[in-house]
Write a protein that binds this ligand. Structure first.
Ligand SMILES: [Zn+2]
Ligand SMILES: [Zn+2]
Length: 125
């Protein structure tokens, strides 16, 4: 039996380099650290990522600024038949889609496009 090391790893316990007291882990400002209750020495707790707070920025479709290009209806445009008439040629088959043209807290603008003549107009909700 050789090389049996009696290494005692007691859960990462550490002793204060200043006064030799047993340091205790604690959380301060969202970070884990080791704290010496005797002299007040602190040390960041290794092995744990101090950057636990991840800032997630969600980009919802509503927040996106949409550049209005009248010549290109979005893929989610719907063809409506018999409900809306083109003010130019009177055709009743139009494409409808909604677009956020101004700020996100304002209602989106509804766009129409005539399938016959291609005339595009908008309607504020
Ligand atoms: Zn200490
Ligand atoms: Zn038309």
């Amino acid at each position: 039996m050789t090389g049996v090391s009696a290494r005692r790893r007691r859960g990462g316990l550490k002793f204060c380099p200043k006064c030799g007291s047993l340091m205790i882990p604690r959380v301060r400002n969202g970070r884990k650290e080791l704290y010496c209750p005797k002299c007040g020495y602190t040390e960041p707790l290794e092995g744990e990522s101090p950057y636990k707070i991840k800032v997630k920025i969600k980009h919802s479709p509503k927040e996106r600024l949409v550049v209005v290009d009248k010549s290109q209806p979005p893929p989610d445009a719907v063809v409506v038949k018999g409900q809306v008439r083109c003010p130019k040629c009177g055709h009743d088959e139009v494409m409808v889609w909604m677009m956020q043209t101004r700020s996100a807290d304002e209602p989106p603008t509804r766009f129409y496009r005539c399938l016959k003549c291609g005339y595009t107009w908008r309607e504020y909700a």
